[in-house]
Design a protein around this ligand. Structure first.
Ligand code: IFM
Length: 421
């Protein structure tokens, strides 16, 4: 599936979705869920830990003041996107985008068990309506890591019996909002959610148990499958997928151990989960940020530039991940996230341009790719790192809440204009 002519001008199929992505908790502001509770409990210690854990970052001096300030770790009003979404959708329009991925916040919709908040649905209906009026295709995520407090207190996804609550929430969303939606994304990055919260113990609920992590992972697969089944029974013409974080794992040499390690990484990190849900996928969402080059069982990446979070950037390898997943699962792929933490906007244009070229090569080689949704539309609350990492096409001033499209965003907008058919 490799392109025969890598120098061909970029070509994308008619209707290809060029857009951006966000998640509710990271941008909306004013939420009350298990993450907001955790942030308030941990802000001081995260700020303190930054003083010794983050000093190795490429731009530590530039981010130090924010990273050592406890208020950085509290999402609070975030970008106030909940109230300013019209202004933000205008940014999409200015960038000539035709798609936008966002999540609906379960804790707003069902703040107490079995109690539905009509006002939350009114809000999301207007929100989706506004996108439609701008001819922007909504891609709706149901679970982007935040949970209502009552659900977390019941044990969240660590209990199989709790999956039914998620399915009930999803059905409610299908019935209330489904009339205007084509693409539903059930889960965002189940592996990151599980490993950070239950294996490494770094995120809520701070568990470190292999057994529990495995159980949560299996329950998430079940949640996806049951949600899609429920959605299909309702009879809407929806297309269901999920967003899986997948890296390009590759051997750095010909040694059998390097090859085996890369293959095992693909299996353990991607196929194990995807094989459980493959029958219930109309499309596969791919979140791409990383490459892992194996020498033996160790990862040693080439000397490429690093983004502000210290992540090595190799956007062109997106092609190989698309080709691998496309060969294995034979589903349309949608790049539901890909981006860089880059407060100086030094790398973003290069990242986007290399990513689009990678996608075009994968398409030319026979893969079906339906969209590229850049992470992220706005600077936002980057979980346990707080607000200092800047992923936005639009820079957000957290004091005044004003937005400004970065130069890379203006370039991306012009590029979309040329590429859209
Ligand atoms: O901000 C996150 C997002 O919530 C999930 N995918 C990765 C992004 C960058 O870390």
């Amino acid at each position: 599936m490799t392109s025969k002519n890598p120098d061909k001008p970029l070509a994308f199929p008619p209707g290809f979705l060029f857009g951006a992505a966000t998640s509710a908790h990271q941008v909306e502001g004013g939420n009350h869920n298990q993450w907001t509770v955790w942030e308030l409990e941990n802000a001081k210690s995260l700020a303190k830990q930054a003083e010794y854990k983050l000093t190795w970052l490429p731009d530590w001096q530039g981010v130090k003041d924010q990273a050592t300030d406890p208020s950085n770790y509290v999402s609070g009003q975030a970008c106030d996107h909940f109230n300013r979404y019209r202004e933000d959708f205008d940014l999409l329009r200015r960038m000539n985008m035709n798609a936008f991925r966002f999540s609906v916040e379960w804790s707003r919709i069902e703040p107490r068990e079995g109690v539905w908040d009509a006002a939350a649905f009114v809000h999301y209906k207007k929100y989706v309506g506004q996108l439609r009026s701008l001819n922007i295709e909504p891609v709706v995520t149901l679970m982007h890591w935040t949970l209502p407090v009552w659900f977390a207190e019941k044990g969240g996804f660590a209990r199989r019996g709790n999956v039914k609550y998620f399915v009930r929430f999803a059905k409610k969303v299908f019935m209330e909002l489904g009339g205007d939606i084509k693409y539903f994304c059930t889960l965002n990055e189940p592996e990151v959610y599980t490993s950070k919260g239950y294996y490494w113990g770094e995120w809520p609920p701070n568990r470190q148990s292999r057994l529990q992590a495995m159980w949560v992972y299996l329950n998430l697969a079940s949640a996806h499958n049951r949600t899609v089944r429920a959605g299909r029974r309702l009879g809407g013409a929806w297309l269901f997928g999920l967003s899986k974080d997948c890296a390009h794992n590759y051997p750095g040499d010909d040694a059998w151990l390097s090859r085996l390690s890369a293959a095992l990484a693909n299996w353990a990190l991607d196929y194990f989960f995807l094989n459980m849900v493959r029958r219930k996928l109309d499309w596969l969402g791919l979140n791409y940020y990383f490459s892992n080059r194996f020498f033996g069982y160790r990862i040693h990446n080439p000397e490429h530039p690093q983004n502000d979070l210290g992540w090595t950037m190799e956007p062109r390898n997106l092609q190989f991940v698309i080709e691998r997943l496309s060969r294995k699962y034979r589903r349309p792929i949608m790049v539901t996230e890909s981006g860089v933490a880059d407060r100086g906007d030094r790398y973003r244009k290069w990242w986007i341009s290399a990513s689009l070229a990678a996608i075009a090569r994968a398409i030319a080689g026979g893969a079906r790719v339906d969209g590229y949704l850049h992470w992220s539309l706005l600077d936002n609350f980057e979980w346990a790192f707080g607000k200092w990492p800047r992923f936005g096409l639009a820079e957000v001033n957290y004091r005044t809440l004003s937005r400004r499209l970065r130069p890379s965003a203006l370039w991306y907008g012009q590029t979309i204009k040329k590429l859209r058919r």
